[in-house]
Design a protein around this ligand. Sequence first.
Ligand SMILES: Cc1ncc(COP(=O)(O)O)c(C=O)c1O
Length: 442
Amino acid sequence: MSLSRRKILLGSGVAASSLALGPLGNAAAQEAAPQPFVPHDWKSVRAQFRLRPDLAHLSNFFFASNPTPVRDAITKYRKAFDENPYNFLDDNMFQRDEDMMWRKVCAAAAEYVGGKPNEIALTSSTTMGLALIYNGLRLKPGQEVLTTTHEFYPHHESIRLAVNRWGASTRKIPLYESSLKFSADEAVARIRAAVRPNTRVVGVTWVHSGTGVRLPIGKIAAAIADLNRNRGEADRILLVVDGVHGFGIVDEDVAKMGCDFFSAGTHKWILGPHGTGIVWAKEKNWALLQPTIPSIMTKEPQDAWREDRPPVGPTEASWVSPGGFFAYEHQWATIEAFRFHRQIGRKRVQDRILELNSQIKEGLARMKHVTLHTPLDPELSAGFVCFDVRGYNPKDVVQILRDNRVIASSTPYAVPHVRFSAGIVNFPKDVDMALKVIRSLA
Ligand SMILES: Cc1ncc(COP(=O)(O)O)c(C=O)c1O
């Protein structure tokens, strides 16, 4: 559909010159003085971000804008690396065990997930974590990975590459026909019914970025635990979760949800530095994995190499944490992102995000020219609202929104939709701005 920009620019206050965001945005405008951080005040929370204030940022799921404490930590570490890279890295990574910074990152992540530091591996993204899990799982020929049709590319692709490597197979099932009418019980029942004797892994995504549906991971885990009652340890069904779009929103202890492996980037909803992420798994599950990338986080594999022998002992999380050197100024500053969430409060973060996205859903549900795809129930969704506008393709809607200073996205799946994603940086006025544009497309 081709529409003239004149037709779709709303309001009188929009100056055409300010609409062009340019490839680098408008960074110069963001050098405002630091604002005090008052965790219970959403205005103060927002003031910790350098997001352009003239835009309604409704693609918060994508790549975090970092709050002040995270930016400051990155700057502090980068400065130290620039001044004396050898000693700063050596002192913080390879000297005394208790001084190793990566341990502190694991401790911060463990506190957030309600688990233990030795249950955490540090990655660079959700994708890397999924690849390390599936590639490491030592599947036997004939075993299968059961997954769903709702996964995003990195999950399907990690599975495909791993089953090819191990001589295993994969099968995809839909958990719903209508995402809007999603039923948690039906999804659990579908998984339960689809498991076969040779199913070794069930791979699901906590919050679907193509529809906004949030799966009941605890209930799925309970169903799988039930099926496992009749299975031996070597055939136990393992539940792998791409958790990135629940992590940093949903007020649940990941370590207590009942899944076996959980991968999430910390550069989305956790608001951490770019190129950071974690995998969480219980200690006994780490032993199931063969590391893919040599680790420098732990002594045994390196000692074994020096002594020309295989590493001794079960695989630990730290063995799976990839080396070589990382962007440590980013990896270590993740601690500040977890602290930022803790200061605001995990429940308050969840409630705020659900409330703002509910406001979007309720507004869209009242528009006859809009088809909503995300369940209205906040228990069945999280930080996404996916929808279509009659007569427009999603990319055009996103462009029209951008022309009107609303930052939305279109879902990169086989069937694309328009997607809004409100986060803790938003206010109801951002939602009003977005709804006004969509209303004008009737
Ligand atoms: C469901 C899902 N999984 C994984 C990813 C990729 O995350 P990462 O960039 O951390 O690998 C995305 C990206 O948004 C996603 O939507």
